[in-house]
Design a protein around this ligand. Sequence first.
Ligand SMILES: Cc1cc2nc3c(=O)[nH]c(=O)nc-3n(C[C@H](O)[C@H](O)[C@H](O)COP(=O)(O)O)c2cc1C
Length: 179
Amino acid sequence: MDTYEAIKGRRSIRRFQAKEIDRELLERLLDAIRWSPSWANTQCWEVVVVRDPSLKEALRQTLPGTNPANKAMVEAPLVFVLCARLKEAGYYKGQVTTKFGDWFMYDIGIATQSLCLMAHALGLGSVIVGLFDHNRAKEILNVPEGVELVSMIPIGYPAHEATPPKRRDVGEFVHWDRY
Ligand SMILES: Cc1cc2nc3c(=O)[nH]c(=O)nc-3n(C[C@H](O)[C@H](O)[C@H](O)COP(=O)(O)O)c2cc1C
């Protein structure tokens, strides 16, 4: 699969088959996170791979009922929970270096895209889950002080095809020379 095909063909998948993911594929997914770029190579990510059905159910309960990813949280054989060590990305000697402060959301976002593209290239589906009670999820997984739980990404074999939601045309967002 070429890069364009991977980027364009990846879809959010919210229903999964009851089929486990082999260890070898799981390692490929983790390696995709590992090779992501990050601020000064700080690699602030910490990843909890949730396999236990009772933990998946507890995490699902942190989502509002209206979140379309509810079923994905319990159907997927694996839920990758992406966490970030704070005060590393965007920092130099303990001080912020830009007006944006901590860049952890940026670096976790890149790692997330690596993970989702890798999943797609391996024939797996994924959905990024960002709308949930982060503090409750943190407690459930014992995430320590100084680390934030950012997103949860259920991954498994897709149980459906997804039609691509519309995108803005390039001409609507590109600015030439000046904004
Ligand atoms: C930061 C972020 C948070 C998201 N949170 C959720 C979520 O809580 N629930 C959900 O069903 N989808 C969530 N999504 C998936 C988006 O809805 C989806 O990427 C978007 O509609 C485009 O569809 P596509 O991924 O199939 O291209 C999230 C995506 C991103 C990037």
